[in-house]
Design a protein around this ligand. Structure first.
Ligand code: BGC
Length: 474
């Protein structure tokens, strides 16, 4: 099973296979225009530390699990790694200038924990702290609002050596890291995201072993889930303590899931997948607990819970980040005794695919926004990631990527549909700003609005980047 097979096994079972009438109407007759989203709608682009920074061992940075994992042969496409990546550590000013040139007013990036705390806890690396001050200051000088993700998968290796996310101590380790970041940057940065896609890093890193740290099995997965859910809330409380006027969110990987056929057993399979992938982290945060009603196996999480945890899992976030790329279609599968479901690969479904092998399915983002909006007491939603990898045709000084432009337009149309129907969705961040290191796929797949020639580190704005610029100009 591949990573996306696992993390995209999700969402709203609200649907049959037919689009609502008004959805079809919007899709075919509405041309997309920035002003339709309203003046306050937040537009941005995103990246993550390990995927762009490089400088893996410079200026006092400690090792992260991704440094270790990628340096092992056979873990990543062509044994590639993020040692240099986009060299954002040295080229951040150039990249922020490009954001400004494209008129992108918000920038989401993450902080490398092991750059700030090379030992995970304890001694602070001042050169690491200074680096993010430079990034933040450069954003602010260019009128670009920084949005910080505190954890985008690069745990310090020293902490992994003590069990990483499976060790309950991580709640203290993480709180210390969050405290240092918020005390350092809280005067300048008001938008914070605690975790990036906890389902992805626990599922793919601690159950499937396809991502760092390469651990497998339910006995790693369940404690990692509980500790990540605890950190999600505890991290938010630390932010609030240090920055009273912060906007605090966290982000979830989600996918719309359809059953293969309108048969009871396939619906059940879709529901189970939905519970695991889409409900597992939002529901404890909302005070609803883990979805043990649908997946009884999750009751085993109790083994890792201490008294009072149920309350501590809850946090009233200021916003929730929805991250969506594709949808999944699943069928009943007797050989999977946990979910009783199996994903039908997009490649076998005669649908349009991205270079990741994921289906292009814009309606999925509409269904997801509606699904999340239906929770009682849900805060405002932001699309904190959406994007696609397609083969870019590099032609001298231009990169032609009409499929990406079409992809963004079609997904945005669906975001607008949800908004028009009353969903409180307040922003959209394209993933990713530049091409970057795509985890297990290495540099094979490119998501950027800006092309990176990794040999020369030259940046070229793709046609989709120019389209976004024009769109943002209104
Ligand atoms: C992650 C990104 C990743 C993107 C495309 C998201 O799950 O947050 O780091 O590059 O998907 O795979």
């Amino acid at each position: 099973m591949k990573r996306r097979d696992f993390i995209q096994l999700i969402p709203p079972i609200t649907t049959g296979l037919l689009l609502p009438e008004n959805l079809q109407f919007y899709s075919f007759f509405n041309s997309i225009n920035r002003k339709d989203f309203g003046n306050d709608f937040v537009w941005g682009a995103a990246c993550a530390a390990y995927q762009v920074e490089g400088a893996w061992n410079l200026d006092g940075k400690g090792l992260s699990i991704w440094d270790t994992f990628t340096h092992k042969k056979g873990t990543i496409y062509k044994n590639q790694n993020g040692d240099i990546a986009c060299d954002f550590y040295n080229r951040y000013a150039e990249d922020i200038a490009l954001l400004k040139y494209l008129g992108i007013p918000n920038f989401r990036f993450s902080i490398s924990w092991s750059r700030i705390l090379p030992n995970g806890v304890g001694t602070i690396n001042q050169r690491g702290i200074d680096f993010y001050h430079r990034v933040i200051d450069t954003c602010l000088e260019n009128n670009i609002t920084p949005w910080i993700t505190l954890y985008h998968w690069d745990l310090p290796q020293v902490l992994e050596d003590k069990g990483g996310w499976t060790n309950r101590e991580i709640i203290n380790w993480f709180s210390e890291f969050v405290s240092i970041c918020t005390k350092s940057y809280g005067d300048k940065v008001k938008n914070w995201m605690v975790l990036n896609e906890p389902m992805a890093f626990t599922g793919v890193g601690y159950f499937l072993g396809i991502h760092a740290p390469g651990k497998k099995g339910i006995s790693n997965f369940l404690p990692a889930v509980h500790h990540a859910a605890m950190c999600q809330a505890e991290g938010a409380r630390v932010i609030r303590t240090n920055i009273a006027d912060a906007q605090i969110g966290t982000t979830f990987s989600c996918s719309h899931i359809d059953p293969k056929k309108a048969k009871e057993r396939h619906y059940k399979a879709a529901q189970n997948s939905d519970a695991l992938i889409n409900r597992l982290f939002i529901e404890p945060a909302l005070g609803l607990g883990y979805p043990t009603d649908t997946i009884p196996l999750l009751k085993r999480i109790e083994k890792y819970m201490q008294s009072g945890d149920e309350q501590k899992l809850k946090y009233d976030f200021d916003f929730i980040g929805i991250q969506n790329y594709t949808r999944e279609v699943v069928k009943h599968w007797i050989l999977n005794p946990i979910l009783w479901s199996k994903q039908i690969p997009a490649s076998k479904r005669k649908v349009e695919l991205t270079e990741m092998g994921w289906e292009v399915y814009p309606e999925g983002i509409y269904y997801l926004l509606k699904k999340f909006a239906a929770y009682k007491n849900i805060p405002p939603l932001y699309v904190t990631e959406n994007g696609a990898a397609f083969e870019d045709v590099v032609d001298d000084e231009y990169v032609h990527d009409s499929k990406r432009t079409k992809f963004i337009e079609s997904y945005l149309r669906q975001v607008l549909n949800a908004k028009k129907e009353g969903v409180d969705v307040r922003g959209y961040f394209y993933w990713s700003f530049t091409d970057n290191f795509e985890w297990a796929e290495g540099y094979r797949t490119r998501f950027g609005l800006v092309h990176v020639d990794y040999a020369s580190q030259k940046r070229i704005v793709k046609d989709s980047g120019f389209w976004f610029k024009k769109f943002l100009e209104g």
